[in-house]
Design a binder for this molecule. Structure first.
Ligand code: NDP
Ligand code: GDR
Length: 331
């Protein structure tokens, strides 16, 4: 009999890659979908990966405990991956309360649904390197103190600690992955890597003439989502639940990431990039650099793709997308 996995946030970047990964492992995959945002149409990310027909989507919202309890009772999952969130840091200053409710407190909603309907399931929480914020140590590990710098990061800290607390209070098999930035052609257009790859493709095709960015001196430890969803699954295969940093151990400025994208299509970024203070944040996380030693040692996890491969893949995908649209297809 195949294992059942329940994914909240299945229509997001990670949800799509995780669905594909789990289906390949023989899981039955169920996902929570918000009709309010999708109006019953299967999401484009699941279609892009060819898995939309293979997953079962169930109506629910993390703002509605009863919907999550019902889904949990119906699916009886062996593994629960809580990926749903208001995940865009910049928006969290515009919607701090919603972010607190969904990215933070709703982690307890999912844990409570599990407590009511399937307490022996294994639980994964999508924690974030943003929790480190104002950096206390040059390389961040599971032991580095947190100092959140946005309403998003504050909410993620609640999610992180409530996961630890349910593990310690009720003996739940609940693990928290402290994942550093990970990207792909399925990344939301609002995030900087995808904003860059999309703009570079449009500039190359003569459809745009500039790219407006905020703080390009910020540094991030960027990996590929395809590699990172594997780490989520690996955490839930361990006998004991725990917390793990998932990162590449290399940090790069937004400026240098951008240069990789422009170089890939033979353009000089200096001619197109305009610094626009509208994209500055009220408080910035200047640099993130993760130490994935524990994940390597305990899980045997190592990233397989480099930043250069990732950015080139994203630019190529956006070139194909815009070229297809130019010839009458859907972008
Ligand atoms: P996305 O923003 O791509 O996806 C977010 C998902 O959450 C979407 O499926 C969205 O559904 C869903 N969602 C939002 N609000 C609700 C709600 N009220 N009820 C149910 N579902 C909801 O995020 P990613 O895939 O990039 O990230 C996955 C998780 O990992 C997030 O929690 C994120 O904060 C965290 N994370 C991400 C990192 C990254 O670099 N990508 C790094 C570290 C942590 P809908 O389609 O309906 O909007
Ligand atoms: P981040 O990702 O905030 O790290 O959160 P994002 O790509 O939005 O920003 C990365 C860095 O780039 C700087 N930047 C810009 N960012 C955006 N979006 N747009 C711009 O024009 C721009 N110019 C410069 C930002 O200031 C920042 O320093 C992501 C999300 O996926 C979170 O959910 C996740 O938890 C963390 O990664 C780890």
């Amino acid at each position: 009999m195949s294992k059942r996995a329940l994914i909240t946030g299945i229509t997001g970047q990670d949800g799509a890659y995780l669905s594909q990964f789990l289906l390949e492992k023989g899981y039955e995959v169920f996902g929570v979908i918000r009709r309010s945002s999708h109006r019953g149409v299967e999401d484009h990310r699941l279609r892009w990966l060819g898995v939309a027909e293979k997953v079962t989507l169930l109506d629910g919202d993390l703002a509605d405990l009863s919907s999550i309890v019902r889904i949990m009772q119906q699916v009886q999952p062996h593994e629960i991956y809580n990926l749903a969130a208001q995940s865009f840091v910049a928006s969290s200053w515009q919607q701090p309360i919603l972010t607190g409710n969904i990215t933070g407190v709703a982690v307890a909603t999912v844990l409570e649904a599990m407590r009511i309907a399937k307490p022996d399931a294994r639980f994964y929480q999508a924690s974030s390197s943003e929790m480190y914020g104002l950096i206390q140590e040059p390389m961040q590990s599971e032991k580095t103190p947190f100092y959140p710098r946005s309403p998003y990061a504050v909410a993620k800290l609640y999610g992180h600690w409530i996961t630890v607390n349910y593990r310690e209070s009720f003996g739940f098999h609940a693990s928290s992955g402290i994942l550093f930035n990970h990207e792909s052609p399925l990344r939301g257009i609002e995030f900087v890597t995808r904003k860059v790859s999309d703009a570079v493709a449009r500039i190359k095709l003569g459809q745009a003439s500039e790219l407006r960015l905020g703080n390009i001196d910020a540094k991030r430890d960027w990996g590929h989502a395809h590699d990172y969803v594997r780490a989520m699954w690996m955490m839930l295969q361990q006998d004991k639940p725990d917390d793990y940093v998932v990162a590449t151990g290399r940090t790069t400025t937004v400026r240098d990431m951008c240069r990789i994208a422009f170089d890939h299509v033979g353009l000089d970024m200096e001619k197109f990039v305009i610094i626009d203070p509208a994209f500055y944040r009220p408080a910035e996380v200047d640099v993130l650099l993760g130490n994935p030693a524990k994940a390597k040692e305990k899980l045997g996890w190592v990233p397989e793709r480099t930043l250069e491969q990732l950015i080139r893949e994203m630019v190529d995908a956006d070139l194909a997308r815009h070229d297809h649209a130019r010839h009458g297809g859907a972008a």
